[in-house]
Design a protein around this ligand. Structure first.
Ligand SMILES: *[C@@H]1O[C@H](CO)[C@@H](O)[C@H](O)[C@H]1NC(C)=O
Ligand SMILES: *[C@@H]1O[C@H](CO)[C@@H](O)[C@H](O)[C@H]1NC(C)=O
Ligand SMILES: *[C@@H]1O[C@H](CO)[C@@H](O)[C@H](O)[C@H]1NC(C)=O
Ligand SMILES: *[C@@H]1O[C@H](CO)[C@@H](O)[C@H](O)[C@H]1NC(C)=O
Ligand SMILES: *[C@@H]1O[C@H](CO)[C@@H](O)[C@H](O)[C@H]1NC(C)=O
Ligand SMILES: *[C@@H]1O[C@H](CO)[C@@H](O)[C@H](O)[C@H]1NC(C)=O
Ligand SMILES: *[C@@H]1O[C@H](CO)[C@@H](O)[C@H](O)[C@H]1NC(C)=O
Ligand SMILES: *[C@@H]1O[C@H](CO)[C@@H](O)[C@H](O)[C@H]1NC(C)=O
Length: 793
């Protein structure tokens, strides 16, 4: 799962505000003298390669990982990433065992062959040509290996773009041939060391949609049909500022192809070993592959991703675990990134009524249930026991479902889901005491659980005792380690709630020395005590005039709290949205607040020793001190409570809020996600109202779209979008800057958004922002929003 802070490593350095354009250091890339062509009669031996003119691609023999087998392939030269990225393999089914005397040879008759050590042809293009003297095999700058006549280069005899393996790069066509009714398939590798065809394939159907298929038979994902601009179910895959997708259809074929607008970027899309389609983008500046698209978003939704009797953990990291009583079938495949072998029983079933069942809660049930017309849970269980090939049952309000044979596509869910009973040999039940999600349904085990629970309660009680005798002001760095009892007393048993966010609720408190404090009870903590203390201490070191200062924390048992100074003017939302007319924040104060927030976030992004992505910028998390100086609260918490946070993000997916679109599209989260949220908030500072309003007839009204239309399309004065409560009292120049920068901040493509440092400079008038482009994408968000509401109501 994406962990905000770590993702910062992958930050895309890119700027679009043209006055700010930084010129990337343009080192001379490659000075490779290697040839890019082979002529008829020539060959390529084991230790030779050819390199495309521009230096991006290389053709030669390679050996994946620790494999003992060798292949001919094309890869991105090492300029992109540490390890070579193979994009095409010739002999994926026919490996070469002894490389030393093998070669790729272009025969005089126009056939291109790979000869193994006994000079037998193991792969060939089967092509023919009479132009032997002028034949050439050339590796193009687009990564296409082309066999052609030098004298008539537009006539292609054979090309690798017609025989894609698992990767689709810009310029190549993914085709559906209407005459033969066949599609070019992208097929995953078997595992990270074996390029032979694996289980997953991507292809274009006759209905012009992309589908991903398991084992050439079972479809588990579709892009929806091409609607003229993109695929209906993959809004991310439209032609936008980065990619130019185009779809062509004539009487013979239909195909889709894509290009990059920016000549300095590189892209590739592959069918990954996980069964997901992943698209990567590399920028001239970083030369590192960044994941920009991943479908399906979670590998748990890949058909039989974890294999038979495997369970995909959809709560945390999409990892595969064996059901209890089962063990991995093939640990070595697992190590090579292929969990599809699944699991096998540790102990064979007795196949008599003595077999037992283990209860697993919050599960997404396996595929292919067989309904059984029995009317109670007990009868459902005995129906399963009666047939030795029945491996699981479930009894819910719909009735009894049984599963025969392999259990496929089981998922562990966060909440909800089904109570699934898995059949195991009796000996597995008594020996099972470790995992918590699998509960054996036997009295003995329940008793065991109760005893354990008792021990835990005693332990918690003892912890509480221990806390109460400790001096309240044990100092850790500059932070105070509070006891739970201190904070409980200070907050009058957590009675006055003053706010809540993605990470938990905030309560007001007062210390014995009359200092007012805010206590945040953190929920969904994923860390142990030691790690928590060290993280909090790190956060405690961060100090800036526009960041809330941490006073201390509490870490007792499973209770985790952080304590900061109470801010008398509460949070920004209370002033923006709930104000009485007498208390309207003036434009001047609003503008100073915007600059202050931007400075605080910029500090987190650029100046802390460990970069921090806030991940939850919104008015509720901006606190105002007595002078209305804004203080950003809750920074660093994404790292502490990431599990909870990823859940929050998942549930917010697709709704218009403060969340950048990359949260839902599987793209790496960078500091630009905060920039997006800041932009959304800046619109609310301008308008004094929430960006999204739902009218009674269910229509969504979205302020940023409305404002952009008014000012950019209709050419209305910028004052027309100002909060009407201000009655036009605002500095027009400041308002224009705020509006423009807000528009730039909420660009869909993260690379187009300015950095937070640039935002500060623009707001201060030190940099000029260009007029922003129109946001057609926002309108589509509003439309999507309508549909979501339609479904959820
Ligand atoms: C490359 O391989 C050829 C033939 O196997 C051999 O003669 C030559 O020495 C090798 N060159 C290098 C640099 O290893
Ligand atoms: C070379 O390929 C031929 C044809 O596939 C095969 O019969 C022969 O065993 C291979 N030789 C070696 C040494 O792999
Ligand atoms: C060449 O022909 C052989 C035999 O028909 C076939 O197995 C092989 O797949 C063909 N090679 C290519 C690259 O199409
Ligand atoms: C894939 O399908 C083939 C033929 O339909 C079958 O023999 C094979 O067992 C299947 N593979 C898996 C992993 O189920
Ligand atoms: C997009 O790609 C197509 C080729 O498929 C090309 O004709 C078109 O000019 C491109 N559009 C832009 C804006 O580059
Ligand atoms: C379709 O194929 C036929 C026969 O090969 C050819 O004559 C025709 O030009 C093709 N149409 C297009 C649009 O390429
Ligand atoms: C067990 O169930 C399977 C699948 O429904 C069925 O094919 C088989 O005949 C059953 N066996 C017995 C003994 O009922
Ligand atoms: C009961 O379980 C079956 C099998 O998984 C499922 O199809 C059905 O939707 C469930 N019914 C309810 C009400 O959850």
């Amino acid at each position: 799962m994406s962990l905000c802070v770590e993702m910062r490593d992958k930050l895309l350095f890119f700027f679009v505000l043209s006055p700010l354009l930084l010129i990337f250091s343009s080192k001379a890339l490659h000075c490779n003298a290697a040839a890019d062509t082979i002529s008829a009669g020539q060959s390529l031996t084991a230790n030779q390669t050819i390199v495309s003119k521009g230096g991006d691609f290389e053709l030669g023999f390679f050996t994946p990982g620790k494999s003992l087998k060798h292949y001919l392939g094309i890869w991105y030269t090492k300029t992109y990433g540490q390890s070579r990225t193979v994009i095409w393999v010739a002999n994926r089914d026919e490996p070469i065992i002894d490389l030393s005397s093998s070669e790729l040879k272009l025969l005089e008759n126009g056939n291109l062959v790979i000869l193994n050590e006994s000079k037998a042809s193991i792969w060939s293009t089967n092509s023919t040509s009479t132009a032997s003297n002028s034949l050439e095999l050339i590796l193009g700058d687009d990564g296409n290996l082309v066999l052609r006549n030098r004298l008539n280069p537009s006539v292609v005899i054979w090309q690798s773009f017609d025989h894609l393996t698992d990767t689709w790069i810009p310029g190549a066509k993914l085709k559906y041939d209407k005459r033969s009714k066949r599609a070019v398939k992208l097929i995953s590798w078997k595992n990270s060391e074996d390029p032979s065809p694996g289980l997953f394939s991507l292809e274009l159907t006759s209905d012009s949609e992309f589908v991903i298929i398991w084992n050439r038979s079972r479809q588990y994902w579709t892009s929806g049909v091409w609607d003229g601009q993109g695929f209906s179910l993959v809004p991310e895959m439209k032609s936008r500022s980065t990619f130019n997708y185009s779809f062509t259809s004539n009487e013979n074929e239909s195909y889709i192809t894509y290009y990059l607008y920016d000549k300095n970027m590189r892209a590739r899309l592959k069918v990954d070993l996980s069964g997901q389609v992943k698209q990567f983008l590399s920028l001239e500046a970083t030369k590192e592959w960044n994941l920009v698209l991943s479908k399906p978003l979670s590998p748990c939704n890949v058909y039989t991703y974890c294999g038979p009797f495997g369970c995909c953990n959809n709560v945390e990291d999409s990892s595969c675990q064996c059901l209890q009583g089962f063990k991995e079938k093939s640990p070595q495949d697992l190590n090579l990134g292929d969990p599809s072998g699944g699991c096998v029983r540790k102990t064979p079933l007795l196949c008599r009524k003595k077999d037992k069942f283990l209860l697993m809660s919050s599960m997404k049930a396996p595929v292919n249930p067989v309904p059984s017309a029995v009317d109670s849970s007990a009868n459902c269980q005995s129906a399963c026991l009666n047939n030795c090939s029945c491996n699981a049952y479930l009894y819910n309000s719909t009735g009894c479902s049984l599963w025969y044979g392999d259990l496929l596509n089981i998922q562990q869910l966060d909440n909800g889901g089904d109570e699934l009973y898995i059949r195991v040999a009796p000996s597995e039940v008594s020996s099972s005491k470790k995992e918590s999600i699998y509960r054996p349904v036997t009295l003995g085990a329940i008793a065991g659980t109760l005893v354990l629970l008792g021990l835990v309660l005693v332990a918690i009680w003892l912890w509480g005792k221990r806390g109460s005798v400790e001096t309240p002001n044990a100092v850790e760095g500059s932070l105070v380690a509070f006891t739970y009892r201190d904070l409980k007393n200070a907050s009058k048993n957590f009675s006055e709630i003053v706010g809540s966010g993605a990470f938990g609720s905030v309560f007001k408190g007062i210390l014995p020395d009359s200092t007012l404090i805010a206590v945040k009870k953190l929920e969904g903590i994923s860390q142990g005590e030691k790690q928590f203390r060290s993280e909090v201490s790190t956060i405690g070191l961060i100090q800036h005039a526009n960041l809330v200062r941490l006073r201390g924390f509490c870490c007792e048992g499973n209770k985790r709290m952080i304590v900061y100074d109470f801010m008398p003017n509460r949070s920004l939302n209370t002033h923006l949205f709930h104000q009485k007319d007498s208390n309207v924040l003036s434009w001047n104060i609003r503008y100073q607040i915007a600059i202050g927030i931007a400075r605080g976030i910029a500090y987190l992004h650029d100046e802390c020793r460990d970069y921090i992505i806030h991940c939850d910028i919104k008015p509720e998390n901006i606190l105002l001190d007595a002078d209305f100086t804004p203080k950003v609260a809750d920074f660093g918490l994404a790292k502490l409570v990431c599990r909870e946070f990823s859940r929050v993000v998942t549930t917010m997916r697709g709704t218009i809020g403060y969340m950048a679109p990359e949260w839902s599209s599987g793209v790496a989260i960078t500091t630009k996600a905060d920039v997006y949220s800041f932009g959304m908030m800046l619109f609310e500072i301008i308008s004094g109202r929430r960006n999204l309003k739902q009218s009674k007839d269910g229509k969504a009204w979205f302020f940023p779209t409305w404002a952009a239309n008014k000012v950019i399309s209709e050419g209305q004065p910028v004052l027309s979008i100002l909060d009407s409560k201000l009655e036009g009292n605002a500095d027009v120049e400041e308002l224009t800057r705020a509006f423009r920068v807000a528009c730039w901040c909420i660009q869909e493509e993260a690379v187009q958004r300015p950095s937070m440092g640039q935002v500060v400079q623009i707001l201060k008038g030190l940099l000029e922002a260009n007029p922003p482009p129109i946001q057609s994408y926002l309108q589509s968000l509003v439309e999507n929003e309508k549909t979501e509401n339609f479904f959820s109501e």
